[in-house]
Write a protein that binds this ligand. Sequence first.
Ligand code: ADP
Length: 247
Amino acid sequence: MTSEAAVSPKPMAASANHMKSGTKADLAARAPLVTLRNIDKTFANGTHALDNVSFEVRQGDFLSLVGPSGCGKSTALRLISKLTAPTSGRIDWHGGAPAAGDIAFVFQEATLMPWATVWDNAYLPLKLKGVSKGEAAPLIEEALTRVNLLKFANSYPRELSGGMKMRCSIARALVMRPKILLMDEPFAALDEITRFRLNNDLLELWQTYDWTVIFVTHSVFESVFLSNRIVVMSPNPGRVFKEIDVS
Ligand code: ADP
């Protein structure tokens, strides 16, 4: 395994507040992107996962869904990405539903193809869209550069640390140039130092690409560090307990 420090020579960002400070006014003024209205979700086995959940995500938000395991955070994310449908309630996209490719999902497991190199893993979504390797090359180079993995382009997942695998997974999302990034506890399995580096790098990417990020975590620290808005959820069934504007 390669050490995470070896691929992250950059100094860490001064702080999340520093990273976010220039955009506070902008963020407050930005238009709503998607609104969840009175969402209820009961699974086929009878589990009442979400009860009357409502919240709004604005353009450019870094919004964290935080709460204990089982409070419905992942279910809310899956509803937004249309991987599952609500039992009742509505999800309104202001300005029309996002096109395919506008939303990218990053999971806790990096879910890389073990037989493919870092480059080929990053290429996969473009390959599925029918983009040739030649056309994809500049996009992949930019994505791998952004996540500090370019010199590991020919490495295989087994040769990477956990943090590097996650960087590769983020690069795979980056190549699609998404507008909205959904992240489901992406750094939960990583050690604290690697996690902190990736938190910093993610903030930089968020600013660079002007993404809207919806980030699921059970870490209050991580949510405060990263987000301009936090939706705190409570379990049994999942409800919105509190909304906090960090900026
Ligand atoms: P969190 O992300 O906050 O840990 P989840 O959204 O994963 O919570 O789960 C909320 C509740 O819904 C949990 O009780 C979980 O067991 C249940 N659940 C999640 N997905 C399914 C499913 N596909 N079928 C049945 N129950 C589910």
